[in-house]
Ligand binder design. Sequence first.
Ligand code: FE2
Length: 373
Amino acid sequence: MLVGSSLSFQSIIHSRRYRHNICKELLLVKSKSRTRFGITRCKILGSVNRQPDKMRLFVLSDLHTDYAENMTWVNCISTSNHQEDILLVAGDVAETYDNFLSTMSLLRKRFKHVFYVPGNHDLWCRTGENFLDSLEKLNALLHACDELGVDSKPKIIGDLGIIPLFSWYHESFDTEQDITGPRIPSLEMVCKDFHVCKWPAELSERDASLARFFDAMNEKHAHSIEEIQQKCKNIITFSHFLPRLDLCPEKRMLFYPNLPKIIGSNYLETRIRLIHGAKGRETACHVFGHTHFGWDASLDGIRYVQAPLAYPRERKRRMNGGEDWLPFCLHSEGKFTDRQHFYWSDYYSVNAREPDNLQPAPWVAKFYKRRVQ
Ligand SMILES: [Fe+2]
């Protein structure tokens, strides 16, 4: 559900024209800025040479299989190439229960192990589905995962410790100065979660209660997490939402500058650091989703990776050429794969963040100018 310089939070946008333009963001930005930032990009290679007997770990987020093209994409994943492999699904599988079930069934048949954490779209209460609220739907999804053999709890496989982390966003995650203006829509206008997620009275998207609630769900796995910390050198945590603000481009780069208010959780980063250590380590990795920005960067000793399938229209405009590099192979032959190149993580590897600079990027200024015309 994102908007942003390509936070394809399109699903949150009500205005059709706004939505259409927002989706164009990332790729537009990428192609225009490619040489300006002086970044040489490499073609992302989709697969690591197959080594029979060797278990590999792949990651994928934001499948959005309510789009028929995306469901077809999942269906086209090889039924033979991954029979020894692990797949981490970092949320936003589908908006309807039926599509969720179909998707996870397809994935389960293709991978030996599938892990899942819920995203915001997964918890939408759609007309025609009889869930009392989003928590009831969450329970139904986790129950379905149990039935299918999809893991949503920490587990050791081989020498890998895999830890799914539940999370939700809170507005106070965004600590950078706002860009304001009469043409920038409110969160209520753009974030569909506010309309189609339903919560008990004590939980709200407008404070940190939901973020705390989801974070507390991880406590019941404290024992398993401790065991993984003791036994495993290679530990991969994963969530749907962002643990750090600097995993999203600055506001001036985004078509929807308020996006950082609906993407991440400080509680999540605290928990990740408790697991991987305050300084991280060479073999520490966290996988996330939600913003639809491909990302691969090491920050304070932890490698942070996002590999989103995203919406069909976004894929067509990607510099890296659609989806042939997905699912993204993160671990193979007993070690993590090399860091890959993505536009924004490459950009911030050579450019400092300037949150006090509120001057909209040229593509953003042009977009808002068009909106008034
Ligand atoms: Fe999401």
